[in-house]
Write a protein that binds this ligand. Structure first.
Ligand SMILES: [Zn+2]
Length: 64
């Protein structure tokens, strides 16, 4: 099982979301909860059925 820091480093280094339990990249997106400063994204691993959530933080604003 990857701990949260190991998981974040892996995802950033490889540019793909992986399962912290089995390290599979067969991940399905679940519900997304958008707040003022955070977004929580649910994930389901298609390989081992592990469910987990990603926490995203506010970075900046920009003009589209
Ligand atoms: Zn898994």
């Amino acid at each position: 099982m990857l701990d949260p820091d190991e998981w974040k480093a892996r995802v950033i280094a490889e540019g793909v979301t992986c399962c912290p339990a089995c390290e599979s990249t067969e991940i399905t997106l679940g519900a997304t909860a958008i707040g003022v400063m955070t977004i929580h994204q649910e994930y389901i691993c298609e390989h081992c059925q592990h469910t987990f959530s990603g926490l995203f933080a506010l970075v900046t604003w920009y003009t589209t």
